[in-house]
Write a protein that binds this ligand. Structure first.
Ligand code: ATP
Ligand code: MG
Length: 226
């Protein structure tokens, strides 16, 4: 059984009474432990597909099985609960809380999870050390470089032990050396068993993935395996 199984997934957005078909029939399976990448031109539906896979949104039609569970029709609360325990999310613009230190940012998901302060701090520090920021606990986002901010975001995404890490253009705001560092980190996490789903425009970034799917106009155009 596949970890993720999408069949005939369609997603329409409705804007001012006009239907915008963003996904027009997606069939896709992702196995546990994969390093999977989606590419495609702007507007091809990458983020839309990402939002569906990560349970941020629901498809208009089609079937989505996540770990054997039919999630296409779950209500919003059930979907949010499932997302919190299954998915870690990383974004292009880091999405850190600017009024919180690196440590506080990483502690946030644990706070929402009801973990006590001492334990929270201990776990968050371990993850910041894992991403090489053991000496930056008390820095605010503006006091960190872009690459360091993305490391904080990765630590925050990992702190609940998700089964899958999803990253939409995680290197889009980083220079090429820093991008390589971040991709090396994701590669290491994948070697440790984490399933990774990545969206990127850049072939240099996509080459780290073991499987690349190309989207065009809301459909899968082709697939490459390494
Ligand atoms: N909330 C929305 N309301 C209406 N249309 C939307 C919405 N979000 C996306 N779309 C449309 O759906 C299509 C797919 O958008 P999506 O954001 O998935 O593209 P993308 O491949 O991630 O592009 P990019 O590379 O620019 O991030 C586009 O035509 C877009 O205009
Ligand atoms: Mg996008």
């Amino acid at each position: 059984m596949s970890f993720i199984q999408l069949s005939e997934i369609k997603k329409d957005y409705y804007l001012d009474g006009v239907v915008v078909p963003a996904l027009r029939g997606i069939d896709l399976e992702i196995q546990q432990g994969e390093f999977f990448c989606m590419m495609g031109a702007s507007g091809s539906g990458k983020s839309t597909l990402m939002n569906l896979i990560s349970c941020m949104d629901r498809p208009t039609s089609g079937k989505y099985i996540l770990e054997g569970r039919d999630v296409a029709n779950l209500d919003k609360n059930s979907l949010a609960r499932l997302r919190n325990k299954t998915v870690g999310l990383v974004f292009q613009n880091f999405n850190l809380l600017s009024s919180a230190t690196a440590l506080e940012n990483v502690e946030l998901p644990l706070l929402y999870g009801g973990i006590y302060p001492a334990e929270r701090s201990k776990i968050a520090k371990q993850f910041l050390e894992k991403v090489g920021l053991g000496d930056r606990f008390h820095h605010y986002p503006t006091q960190l470089s872009g690459g360091q901010q993305q490391r904080v975001a990765i630590a925050r995404a990992l702190v609940n032990n998700p089964k899958i890490l999803m990253a939409d253009e995680p290197t889009g705001n980083l220079d090429s050396q820093t991008s390589e560092d971040i991709m090396a980190m994701l590669t290491q996490l994948n070697k440790e068993g984490l399933t990774i789903v990545l969206v990127t425009h850049e072939p240099d970034v996509a080459r780290y993935a073991k499987r690349v799917v190309h989207l065009k106009d809301g459909k899968i155009l082709k697939e490459e395996r390494k």
